[in-house]
Design a protein around this ligand. Structure first.
Ligand SMILES: C[S@@+](CC[C@H](N)C(=O)[O-])C[C@H]1O[C@@H](n2cnc3c(N)ncnc32)[C@H](O)[C@@H]1O
Length: 280
């Protein structure tokens, strides 16, 4: 089925998707404390069928596969070819002993072949053109009583790892427009009031929002941390169609900021998400 997701499909198959694939180890390391929260009490058991929504380079798919091995099955679904390629390569390098299907699919509309006991996601549910349709599709592909569990970001102001570098680069982008709060993007579900009706409308029940606050190691050095937030993280969206000189200046500004904050060592800043769980 045609969806309005083409701009996101282009985004995640373009330069940013390539960079996510290339730097997957650093991203997984930065997200580690958040990933732990997603998998603590995940309820996954051997034999379960699991959908990883927007699986990216597959770390969470592989973690789920280990928990459902040997008889379970995990589908890692994503629209990004470079990220799925990275995921396949990773599985080949570290087999997990459970069946994994890597599927290029738009989760908003894809009719999966089998129903799942669990659907989970680490930051993969905020990019749908039609979130109501997407959550309804996820619900329709879960068994009755199946569980949905995902991480999404709370407000940018509660996430200094983005808010501080963003404030530093904004003077370089005087003409930039504030994004619409409804547009696909990392912070669109910052408010429970936005997300709850979408999940209820899709037929989910027992919806729980658990705040997860962690210190995130954004990078081992100011350069690595700035590379993450400026070229792959949320600030990459602001800079994507900018002159290379502006992109370069933004990167330098954030390296300087992080060097000041960290004294040149690892950059550790606060991250705030929702861990959302619900039952089909
Ligand atoms: C912020 S990344 C998170 C990736 C991965 N879950 C992780 O934590 O490393 C968002 C992911 O959602 C995927 N995505 C965006 N829209 C999608 C859609 N309509 N269907 C499936 N995946 C989608 C992107 O390609 C990207 O891999």
């Amino acid at each position: 089925m045609e969806t309005g997701n083409q701009p996101q499909i282009d985004y995640w198959n373009g330069e940013v998707g390539q960079r996510w694939a290339e730097h997957r180890g650093a991203l997984d390391a930065a997200f580690a404390p958040l990933t732990q929260a997603l998998f603590a009490a995940s309820g996954l058991a051997p034999g379960d069928r699991v959908l990883d929504i927007g699986c990216g380079a597959g770390e969470t798919t592989l973690l789920a596969a280990r928990q459902v091995a040997p008889s379970g099955r995990v589908t890692g679904a994503d629209v990004s070819e470079p990220l799925l390629d990275a995921a396949r390569a990773r599985e080949a390098a570290e087999p997990v002993g459970a069946a994994i299907e890597w599927l290029k699919a738009d989760v908003q509309s894809h009719a999966f072949e089998a129903r799942f006991d669990h659907a989970l996601s680490r930051f993969g549910v905020m990019f749908f053109d039609d979130s109501a349709a997407a959550f309804a599709n996820i619900r329709a592909n879960l068994v009755e009583g199946g569980r949905l569990r995902f991480l999404c970001w709370r407000a940018m102001a509660e996430n200094p790892w983005v808010a501080l570098p963003r404030a530093a680069v904004m003077p370089l982008l005087p003409d930039s427009e504030a994004p619409s709060p409804d547009a696909p993007g990392p912070f669109r579900f910052a408010l429970r009031e936005t997300l709850r009706p979408l999940l209820e409308g899709a037929g989910f029940r027992d919806i729980v929002f658990e705040p997860v606050n962690r210190t995130m190691r954004v990078g081992r050095t100011p350069e690595e941390a700035a590379g993450f937030v400026v070229t792959r993280g949320p600030i990459a969206r602001l800079l994507r169609e900018r002159d290379p000189a502006v992109q370069e200046a933004a990167l330098r500004t954030v390296v300087d900021l992080f060097a000041k904050l960290s004294g040149g060592g690892p950059v550790e800043l606060g991250a705030a998400c929702w861990l959302v769980s619900a039952r089909a």
